[in-house]
Design a protein around this ligand. Structure first.
Ligand code: F6R
Length: 629
């Protein structure tokens, strides 16, 4: 989950590293640091807290660090050891310095061995230990590349490491084994390293995604890639990125999250165009790609994911079962893996991960593939690790999502699952062509409906603002509200879970999502005038039942925020606060309403977080890509 940068060339290394780390902060941001080679000596500046602390250390430094043209950098999400300056990367051991992303699993073993040989690590991290291994190998006469390769073989676990040494100034060596590492040639000469492609975009759109077991050896003169085990050179093609620099900037929005909420209509259009053959003779014709045949032959589906992607999976189950009549089970990847599940012949497993890097989801896919179970992936990041661990991956086209809270990737995942449902319904003849034609026409309308709701002066946005303002007084934002419940039935239930997760993540409010019918089986005991209940009750087949549950909530004195059809006066009258869905949503199939509800729960959380003054794009304790189990 940490972010790594590396650079050697002719530019000012601290600038390149710090700019790059800023774009990687979504991977972790509890401490950061850079190591530079200056006049053949290592200079390290690191600090707990945000990257600005390191920027300041560099700016204020009398040593003219800007002159350095070679260095490595890191932004951390703590696993081993607290987020302190001591534990921040880079870690220096003698003349060796390194940054690391991932986990060294045999950490205790290595630490004990090192200590019996008289070494004393300064930090609590697993990462620092690698430096001692490299140092020992170099002291025995190996050069840096050999020493890194030899040391890497001694560690277990998925990780990437980038290393330099004062003994070989101007050389940067990076190894990928699991955690992603991307390299690129700087058009002005030199080489860049990064944990993902975004920091490389200001320099080039042509990047090399290192494979597991690749060692990248870079100097200002060029780049070689070697095989970790044999040391032989390997050829890796550069990939031309479609993502542009503009896409990774805020485009005038105060936060990436808000920008990404507004990008949802575009994300849906691009995902639709990427996955569907619009010229196909039938509705829901998936564009030809390797995964389509695997999906077509499925007799049963297992959907696996974590967090928001798991909520997408829960919704996918509704569509896949009701449209295509295919049995679907949904599981959290971290639970599925350790509970010896029974998988019947004909089952296809689909791992859903916007980043394509989530450790738990990838680990399950890897294990299932060994057992010859067909595995598909859904991801937003091309060439991410899921492309190795699944037989085939369907890519959403949401563009880069930088805010830590998933928004546009979520609706793009929903669309992908809905397209699978339509495709399988057609293949399995569980819905008529005319029905599917009508549904597909509504799918095409979805981006417009969402865009209508997101217009800054729409009734939906105005009511969301008014509701959050009323519940979050400026002077005392925490007063009067002890917690939030989100409730919904059917398709709205996973959105209730998602709404509660968003609120917890970015506004740090206690929030729970419930199936509306479950409230009376326990949680209702929590309700009183200090609790807020967000009732998701669009006009679908569950509307009446949810309405009754709303009455039960009201009777307990809780404050009610109702979200429903703009003309649902019966419901709006019962609510303390009312958020109408865009009018165009009345014209689409009710099965598609979760797409329209999603921006409502996202904006509610966003506005509340802004009023409470939290760091919306980088909420505390979180990281965007969770590469540890
Ligand atoms: C919530 C959020 C997380 C992720 C989860 C899985 O806003 O972003 O809950 O959904 O960490 O991540 P991916 O989809 O990358 O596997």
């Amino acid at each position: 989950m940490c972010g790594i940068m590396g650079y050697v060339g002719s530019r000012s290394a601290p600038r390149v590293l710090l700019d790059g780390l800023k774009r990687l902060e979504y991977r972790g941001y509890d401490s950061s640091g850079i190591a530079l080679v200056l006049d053949r000596k290592l200079e390290i500046r690191k600090s707990e807290g945000r990257l600005e602390n390191v920027e300041k250390l560099v700016q204020d430094d009398p040593k003219k660090l800007q002159k350095s043209t070679c260095g490595i950098g890191h932004t951390r999400w703590a696993t081993h050891g607290k987020p302190t300056t001591q534990n921040a990367h880079p870690h220096q051991t003698g003349h060796v310095v390194l940054v690391h992303n991932g986990i060294i699993e045999n950490y205790s073993e290595i630490k004990n061995d090192l200590m019996t040989r008289g070494h004393l690590p300064k930090s609590e991290t697993d990462s620092e230990l690698f430096g001692f291994l490299v140092l020992e190998a170099m002291e025995e006469g190996r050069d840096l590349v050999h020493a890194v390769r030899e040391s890497f073989v001694k560690i277990r676990g998925q990780c990437s490491i980038v290393v330099m040494s004062e003994k070989e100034p101007g050389l940067v060596v990076g190894v990928r084994n699991g955690s992603p590492l991307v390299v690129a040639l700087d058009p002005e000469g030199g080489t860049l390293f990064a944990s993902d492609s975004q920091p490389l975009l200001p320099f080039t759109q042509d990047v090399i995604f290192l494979e597991h077991g690749d060692v990248a050896v870079a100097t200002a003169q060029g780049l070689k890639i070697l095989d970790l085990d044999t040391g032989n050179p390997v050829q890796r093609e550069a990939t031309h990125l479609e993502w542009s620099l503009e896409q990774i900037d805020k485009s005038g929005f105060p936060h990436y999250m808000l920008k990404e909420i507004h990008e949802q209509p575009g994300a849906l259009i691009d995902t639709l165009n990427g996955l569907v053959d619009r010229n196909g003779p039938e509705p829901f014709t998936l564009a030809a790609q390797p995964g389509v045949d695997i999906l077509k032959d499925a007799k049963e589906l297992v959907l696996l994911a974590c967090g928001t992607s798991w909520h997408a999976a829960l919704l996918g189950k509704y569509w896949l079962e009701s449209w295509a009549k295919i049995p679907v089970s949904v599981d959290l990847a971290s639970e599925f893996r350790y509970r010896n599940p029974v998988i019947r012949p004909g089952t296809v497993v689909i791992g859903i991960s916007q980043s394509g890097e989530t450790a738990d989801t990838l680990a399950v896919l890897r294990e299932l593939r060994v057992k010859k179970i067909p595995c598909l992936g859904i991801s937003n990041v091309r060439r991410s690790s899921i492309s190795r661990d699944a037989d085939a991956v369907f890519y959403t086209s949401a563009g880069p999502e930088i805010g830590v809270a998933a928004t546009k990737t979520f609706v793009s995942q929903l669309l992908t699952l809905l397209l699978f449902a339509g495709y399988l319904a057609r293949e399995r003849k569980t819905r008529s062509t005319s029905e599917l034609n009508r549904l597909f026409e509504d799918v095409v309308k979805l981006p417009h409906v969402i865009a209508e709701g997101l217009e800054p002066d729409s009734e939906m946005v105005r009511r969301i603002d008014a509701t959050v303002n009323a519940l979050t007084p400026k002077s005392t934002p925490m007063s009067g509200v002890r917690g939030f419940f989100f409730m919904g039935r059917g398709h709205s239930f996973p959105i209730a879970l998602e709404g509660a997760l968003k609120l917890k993540e970015i506004a740090y409010d206690h929030a729970e999502g419930y199936a509306a019918g479950e409230l009376k089986h326990g949680p209702i005991a929590m309700l009183d005038s200090e609790m807020v209940v967000v009732v998701l009750a669009p006009k679908d087949s569950w509307r009446e039942k949810t309405g009754s549950n709303l009455e039960e909530v009201k009777a307990r004195g809780a404050k009610v925020i109702g979200v429903g059809d703009a003309d649902d006066h019966q419901l709006s009258r019962l609510c303390d606060y009312w958020i109408p869905l865009p009018r165009e949503s009345q014209k689409i199939d009710p099965d598609l309403l979760p797409f329209v509800l999603s921006p409502v729960v996202q904006l509610l959380s966003y506005r509340r977080a802004v009023l409470k003054g939290t760091d919306v794009d980088k909420p505390r304790n979180l990281a965007k890509s969770v590469t540890v189990e």
